[in-house]
Design a protein around this ligand. Structure first.
Ligand SMILES: O=C(O)C1=C[C@@H](OP(=O)(O)O)[C@@H](O)[C@H](O)C1
Ligand SMILES: C=C(OP(=O)(O)O)C(=O)O
Length: 409
């Protein structure tokens, strides 16, 4: 579906959808628990539906109705399973260790960019712990064998999702385990969300000076709760506000562990200079990768050069996000230069509109819809249906706050 967005500032109230990151974790932990958990404020994004289907395939009973899921933890572990991770990196990287810890011989299926996204730490470490892979740099691929504990050496710079996956799996093993980070852990706030979920389910993890120690033989206890609002989605509306819209954003928890909460501080700190223009910024984005596309849009309207730093990992997300957002903004009159691990954004004050591709990436499509609020002519976003990965009704919400769009199948 292609969507043309007509330039218009937005105003009204939005309740942000529940956090995708928190929801993945709550569903997985509930499915591993001994008993029944109830999760409310669940939102059927394609990624979350994928995680629920995978946990069903591993033996959990999940009854999802409205915004509530009743999850009965796995009782009978299947010998083998096929897990369709769709395009979700989280689902894939969280569930490889989980399936292996349960001893399920698993075929992993995926599409879009997922087959190209790395799973290197597992390929390197798991054969030393009883698991073999049939893997040809793409999907489907298969795992065989039951994971055993011990030391896991993991590069912290590819994706924090490997640490989360291991943290979910290691309490289930008989032996104690240690995760040893061989380089700085990027996206650490996401691991902190995982630790919070594990605590809620009664699992203990100790932080060490270079990683995590996890006792074996632990049991997940059921836990019922509500998924908190998503700061990475709130960021689109926050940035729209910094660009002149007037959106009242509801549904966020101030106590959240989400690293993307940083968007609040970033937008509060953005100051207007004496001509009413926005001051440029220089940001280390190692802990907030998902904010980068929309922050690039913000930089496009600042007066002077803004910088996004420590963001090399963005090249291995749903698309190469550094390249995609640069191409999109440059196609409509922006001045963005790719750096090896970041971006230089020269503010231009106003963008023209025209036509861009979503690169099949939800965060690129939504960022461009925010850019459109300040374009001088309509902006067509091709392949805009990709928002369903995290925010299926994004464009309906956008219309509800005064956005004007037309859809083309
Ligand atoms: O653990 C998570 O929920 C996520 C971790 C981050 O990935 P990386 O750790 O690969 O940066 C983030 O980009 C992704 O959207 C969600
Ligand atoms: C990168 C993302 O998700 P995942 O890694 O789970 O595919 C995202 O939602 O921006």
């Amino acid at each position: 579906m292609n969507i043309t967005v007509f330039p218009k500032k937005l105003s009204g109230q939005v309740t942000v959808p529940p956090s995708k990151s928190v929801a993945h974790r709550m569903v997985i932990a509930a499915a591993l628990s001994n008993g029944i958990s109830e999760i409310t404020n669940l939102y059927p994004s394609v990624d979350i539906l994928a995680t629920m289907d995978c946990m069903r395939a591993l033996g959990a009973k999940i009854d999802f109705d409205g915004d509530k899921a009743v999850i009965e933890g796995i009782k009978d572990i299947p010998e083998s399973a096929v897990l369709d991770c769709c395009e979700s990196g989280s689902t894939l990287r969280f569930l490889i260790p989980v399936a292996c810890a349960l001893g399920v011989d698993t075929q992993f299926i995926g599409r879009g960019r997922l087959p190209q996204r790395p799973i290197t730490p597992y390929l390197e470490e798991f054969p030393k712990h009883g698991v073999s892979f049939e893997y040809n740099n793409t999907m489907p691929f298969s795992t065989n064998g039951k994971l055993t504990g011990g030391k896991f050496y993991v590069d912290g710079g590819i994706s924090s999702q490997f640490i989360t996956g291991l943290l979910f799996a290691l309490p289930l093993l008989e032996e104690d385990s240690e995760i040893i980070l061989t380089s700085h852990l990027e996206s650490k706030p996401y691991v902190d969300i995982t630790l919070g979920t594990l605590r809620e389910h009664g699992c203990q993890v100790e932080e060490t000076k270079n990683g995590y120690f996890v006792k074996g033989g632990q049991h997940y206890m059921p836990f019922s709760g509500r998924v908190e609002g998503d700061y990475s989605q709130a960021a689109f509306f926050k940035v729209a506000n910094s660009l002149g819209s007037d959106i009242d954003i509801a549904g966020l928890s101030e106590k959240s562990f989400q690293g993307d909460k940083k968007i609040v501080e970033i937008c509060e700190k953005i100051v207007y200079n004496k001509n009413g223009g926005l001051q440029p910024f220089d940001l280390d984005c190692s802990d907030i990768p998902d904010l980068v596309p929309v922050l690039t849009v913000l930089g496009g309207f600042c007066e002077g050069k803004s910088y996004i730093r420590n963001a090399a990992r963005l090249r291995i997300k749903e698309c190469d996000r550094l390249s995609a957002i640069s191409q999109c903004l440059n196609a409509i009159g922006g001045k963005v230069t790719e750096l090896e691990d970041g971006l230089e954004i020269e503010g231009v004050g106003s963008l023209n509109g025209g036509e861009v591709d979503s690169f099949n990436d939800h965060r690129i499509a939504m960022s461009m819809a925010v850019a459109a609020t300040r374009c001088t002519s309509p902006l067509k976003i091709n392949g805009a249906e990709c928002v369903s990965k995290s925010y299926p009704d994004f464009f309906e919400v956008y219309e509800s706050i005064g956005g004007e769009i037309s859809r083309e199948p």
